[in-house]
Design a protein around this ligand. Structure first.
Ligand code: NAD
Ligand code: TYD
Length: 340
């Protein structure tokens, strides 16, 4: 079995590669990654020498390069994690989101059509459903919830989802889609809420909470997401969408306070800054389908997962210090410099 994992030098893709190499010693895993600002080869250093692993630096939009890789590897499965993934960056400049997230997805699926594939899996997000109101805790996203996006990021992901389903209907491509809630865990890029707050708190820097901090996200430990994708590519039904989430809703402000507590830092570091444009209020997944059909349930409780995550950032300072010492500084100044 050969699996091409795109975006495997990023947060979730790398965790997925570690999970697969460990669980399936007979599988060949080929990581295709463009190594954008979010991709980090040092993340993969522990598997680079594994004979079942190959890394290829490539853009999923590069049709010729992608076709060549398919000719070389004859993959059985493609799992597409490659994406521009940060909402704030998509608000700043949508164009690369459309290019990678939509066009790149179509190039990968064209390669699957041309060379044949057992399964094409699209890693999508719960953000394609838009948001839910804070005063209706009874409402959840199901697979039938209409797509209703808010940001250029979520719109590009929803567009890709529609294309994936169209390739299934029109060309009979054997596809599946997973729509997961917010992940957290090791190797999470420091521009996202949880790692940003851990790293700022460690440096006694201000902790910038958007708006009132009441926005709710449904957090899932990254390993649980990887296990869900593993189940879907092996046992999920073709043409189906599976929501992935663990009924673990938290307000942003409560997460930031928890991080302060765990690191023994004062809450006075918390600063409320200008809200994100079009900021989604609440995400909440109903995971009934994946539970009933595939037996998936999240295994890591948030209280344990957040402790493990904080410990990982304490134990792996080299990994993130290298990142925040580079171009990240310019990003941080642009995003937070005069944000009042
Ligand atoms: P990430 O930003 O950490 O990693 C993205 C990876 O894709 C990087 O290694 C980057 O170099 C690579 N990449 C970007 N453009 C590329 C291109 N054109 N060609 C090849 N590689 C390219 O993202 P992540 O948080 O690991 O998210 C992975 C996927 O999961 C994304 O599709 C995202 O939409 C989805 N998702 C993320 C979350 C979350 O909470 N992080 C939740 C649900 C779904
Ligand atoms: P993020 O990690 O960017 O994920 P997403 O926008 O995909 O859910 O943000 C999670 C939440 O945290 C979101 O409501 C925005 C908020 N947030 C802050 O309040 N401050 C920050 O500095 C960041 C990066 C995010």
């Amino acid at each position: 079995m050969t699996i091409i994992v795109t975006g495997g030098a990023g947060f979730i893709g790398s965790n997925f590669i570690f999970h697969m190499l460990k669980k399936y010693p007979g599988y060949r895993i080929v990581c295709l990654d463009k190594l954008t600002y979010a991709g980090n080869l040092s993340t993969l250093k522990g598997v680079m020498d594994n004979p079942n692993f190959r890394f290829v630096k490539l853009d999923i939009c590069d049709r010729e390069g992608v076709y060549k890789l398919f000719e070389e590897e004859h993959p059985d499965i493609v799992v597409n994690f490659a994406a521009e993934s940060h909402v704030d960056r998509s608000i700043e400049d949508p164009s690369i989101f459309l290019q990678t997230n939509i066009i790149g997805t179509s190039v990968l699926m064209d390669a699957c059509r041309k060379y044949g594939i057992k399964r094409y899996h699209q890693v999508s997000t719960d953000e394609v459903y838009g948001d839910l109101p804070l005063d209706r805790p009874d409402l959840f996203f199901t697979e039938e919830t209409p797509l209703h996006t808010s940001s250029p990021y979520s719109s590009s992901k929803a567009s890709a989802d529609l294309l994936v389903l169209a390739y299934h209907r029109t060309y009979g491509l054997p596809v599946t889609i997973s729509r997961c809630s917010n992940n957290y865990g090791p190797y999470h890029f420091p521009e996202k809420l949880i790692p940003l707050m851990i790293i700022n708190a460690l440096a006694d820097k201000l902790l910038p909470v958007y708006g009132t901090g009441e926005n709710v996200r449904d957090w899932l430990y990254v390993e649980d997401h990887c296990k869900a994708i593993d189940l879907i590519i092996h046992k999920g039904r073709e043409g189906e969408v599976y929501n992935v989430g663990g009924h673990n809703e938290m307000r942003n402000i409560d997460i930031v306070k928890l991080i302060c507590k765990q690191l023994d830092k004062p809450e006075s570091l918390i600063t409320f800054v200008a809200d994100r444009k079009g900021h989604d209020m609440r995400y909440a997944i109903d995971p009934t389908k994946i539970h009933n059909e595939l037996g998936w349930l999240p295994e890591t409780k948030f209280a344990d997962g957040i402790k493990k995550t904080i410990q990982w950032y304490l134990d792996n300072k080299d990994w993130w210090q290298e990142i925040i010492s580079g171009d990240y500084q310019n990003y941080y100044k642009r995003m937070y410099g005069d944000r009042k």
